[in-house]
Write a new protein. Structure first.
Length: 219
């Protein structure tokens, strides 16, 4: 899963460049995003305690490149992500805190490589206290709206550790296709690890034909 920092992403406008496909350019993502039960918004100072509640846990970061977040690193964690609110240049990322009932219960990320390729990598991490209630799926669906509707991405993809069954189930719940299983393709936390790739094309996305109003999405 991607672990971008926001350090190099501050400033600039929200307008995505012209897609390579020749489709008309789209206005960048409106933030924050509201779903039925969640608010997806940029991180802000004051989120440290909520973030520590899950990012400091070994069971949360087990299959992520991150290590458990130490208490004294929480402020820097937030600071690095404050500006990650746009995709306007190669390798940009948008990182959003996921809020439920006034508490940050997780975070999600959408990141591009070469903008011209219109590929969006998506990722997630949620507080175990809130697992099993469909919150991650609800937030990830909104990431797909952001990727396909707002940013005009061609393909969304996720890379996961195949032992991470909860994450694989989430990809499947989103309608993503398992496209690859790479064997021992990385040195991961002291051992060789496998990677599976899940992906979904904009044209395959169930909502792709629905012309959902942006103003409706950005309440
Ligand atoms: C991956 C992760 C986000 C999945 O969280 P999750 O809560 O299981 O995911 P979902 O939001 O899709 O919820 C699905 C579960 O909620 C249940 N559920 C309850 N109400 C639901 C609703 N309204 N809608 C959908 N599912 C609902 C489902 O039945 C399902 O239960 P099951 O797992 O027993 O089948 C979570 O395990 C996590 O944060 N892990 C640690 C970080 C991590 O590994 N990140 C990925 C790195 S590769």
């Amino acid at each position: 899963m991607p672990e971008p920092t926001g350090a190099d992403q501050a400033g600039g406008g929200l307008t995505a460049p012209e897609p390579a496909s020749g489709r008309p350019g789209r206005t960048g993502p409106g933030l924050p995003r509201r779903t039925e039960r969640l608010l997806l918004r940029p991180f802000r100072h004051g989120d440290e305690a909520d973030v520590l509640a899950y990012r400091s846990r070994e069971d949360v970061v087990r299959y992520m490149h991150a290590e458990p977040l130490p208490e004294d690193a929480a402020e820097a964690f937030i600071a690095e992500r404050l500006g990650a609110t746009q995709i306007a240049a190669d390798n940009d990322g948008i990182i959003l805190a996921v809020e439920h009932d006034g508490r940050v219960i997780g975070d999600v990320v959408i990141r591009t490589g070469q903008l011209a390729d219109r590929q969006a990598e998506i990722g997630w991490a949620f507080n175990p206290e809130y697992h099993g209630r469909g919150f991650a799926a609800e937030a990830a669906r909104e990431l797909l709206v952001l990727a396909f509707c707002d940013l005009g991405m061609h393909r969304a993809w996720a890379q996961i550790d195949p032992r991470n069954r909860a994450s694989a189930r989430l990809c499947e719940r989103l309608g993503m296709r398992k496209e690859a299983h790479f064997v021992q393709d990385m040195w991961f936390k002291g051992a060789w690890g496998d990677t599976t790739i899940y992906a979904l094309l904009a044209a395959e996305w169930p909502d792709s034909s629905g012309d959902r109003s942006m103003s409706e999405r950005h309440r």
